[in-house]
Design a protein around this ligand. Sequence first.
Ligand code: ADP
Ligand code: MG
Length: 701
Amino acid sequence: MPLEMQTPLSALSGVGPKRAAALADRGIATVADLMFNLPLHYQDWRSRTPLTELKPSTFAVVEGRLVGFKERPMRGMRWRRMATAWLEGAGGGRIRVVWFNLPAYMKGRMPEGERVVMHGRVGDAPDRGLKIIHPEVYPLDSGAPPAVRPVYGLPAEIGQRVYAGLVAQALAALGGRIEGAMPAALRAQAGVMALGEALRMLHQPPADADPAKFEAGDSAAHFALAFDEMFAFQLAMGIDRMRAARRIGARMDAPAKLTARLLETLPFAPTRAQLRAIDEIGADLARTHPMNRLLMGDVGSGKTLVALWAALRAAESGWQVAMMAPTELLAEQHYRSFMALCGALGVPAALLLGKTPPSERARTLRLLASGAIPVVFGTHALIQEGVALRSLGLAVIDEQHRFGVFDRARLKALGPSAHVLLMTATPIPRSLALTLLANLDISALDEMPPGRTPVVTEIFTEDRIGEVDLIVRAELEAGRRAYYIVPLIEGEEEGDERLSVAATAKRLGAGPLGGFKIGTLHGRMRPADKERAMREFRDGALDVLVSTTVVEVGIDVPEASVIVVIAAERYGLAQLHQLRGRVGRGAAASRCCLVVSRENDARARLDKRLEVMVRATSGAEVARADLELRGPGDLLGARQSGALPLRFADFIRDGRLIEQARAMAESWLKRDPSLELPDSAGARAALLRMLDFGFSLGDIG
Ligand code: ADP
Ligand code: MG
């Protein structure tokens, strides 16, 4: 049987049931799996260290003659045979060599007296000097060892040489027949190495390969793999786009009566960015296929207004709207903003939360199902069993990164022709947006409402909390409000009383902020109490709100001018930026004080993260730093990046590659939309592999 990529490994000589099972355990079952399991490390076997220059606790490649072989059972482990020998260097000197268990390839074939090259760890026995421990040996008679030697992550049953031998077998048999997703003509045009050639290079690096670059994934061969994969991914995206274009969307082209009134009666002038986003969304809504748009804007840039405009546009066109937010506080705030801005226009709206009492919920569901209520705000409660809308025309998801792909799909499923508007304050780099959220259009609010001054951020160690309290006191005396954010509710969890809401409120009330009204807020409070605390803070009945991060998302109180984050080292940058966004919403200059715990002091100072917060004032800067420090998984939620069938492409490194692959996939789909041409065979196979990977086109966007 000729070898193919999908051939099971047992077809290779040297793979019996035992080895097959051990490899299958690691997800290596076919020839393709074998080949795409790339080496983890590359050893440099080219430069040899003279025996006189060996240093303990390093790895070294040495050359010489092996003499004085001895083998004996190990003390206490008689089934293991320890072997020792001497290596006599070509330029003089000799060193002991030790194997705790003689490697299989040496059993019965001791290269006694032969010239060898070996790679091993240099150990240091205090009494008897240096030795080389468990080296890998190449007798020079049988040819030079590879110059750059790949090292794989393998199960214990499979030796490095065995694995390299299997790969060599597969490469020899498949050779030039390894087909990538990219049609050969496109590949050549883009100047990308053929997949077979790339795999050969990665498994059998040429003598001039740079091991450090190979190990970092930085070679033409790595690029070829990433490009081919990205091309397949972009094909999948392109096909999804074509399908979406055929879906019929809720058409919203009624005369703009209410929306025009909304813009006229606003208490402020919309920013140019808001107007541009409104235009873009309005044009999408009037078209016959569904919108899929991401509204991206820094904390405080005024995304809500744009969403409410879109909701009103849908309602005035006779469609229903559902707007989902990750927390009850935020859903309530949206509802209230809508009522404040649009209530007078006579558009009924409802609020659906987990805590909504059953009778009220039943009534709301009835009115939604009949279409009597056009606009509904809510949390996850919107996508629970029993919610049905008569004619959902627009689904809005605020803080979309807080939701999983399935949540988004479920909201969309409430209306087959619904437009989708996603909102986020987390800026997504263009390269990421083009892949993860490939089929989204993007509107960016790149301008803040006027009169905002950037929030000044400072880092304090815990022992300077008194200074921080004084800063806060001065703000309160000027008639403004303050947040204290602490990590614990009561403190018993980690025995650290100081970090709890209750203890902090008590401490502030007893001393530094005595005389001011201090309220508390945390996730375990009854919803009615939470709501009351928020309302009192918003209306000024409270001057200070001591809270856990429940205030993080979206809460809008313009009079708040200072936020103190205690134990700031515990939070991610994106989260700190969200928290900081709670202030700086009014005209007053605002401050953010990050207080670092003493025990974490040293670490946090080393930790560049918090310093980023001082320098970076916009979400875009914070996100870029975060991306560099932690990778994209955190930006988009592990679930989403985990859902991607990508092994070789790297979003940060491969930004340009992504765009190029996308353009190529699009042009190829124009030529061969159903991938029927013979040249598309590889693409079709790659697409199927991608679906195998557990990836469904519906997951994205
Ligand atoms: P985010 O984009 O973070 O969701 P919001 O929509 O909550 O921001 O808006 C933040 C604050 O800015 C709100 O108080 C809102 O009323 C106000 N705002 C929005 N647009 C403007 C504008 N064009 N001019 C002045 N204030 C605005
Ligand atoms: Mg918001």
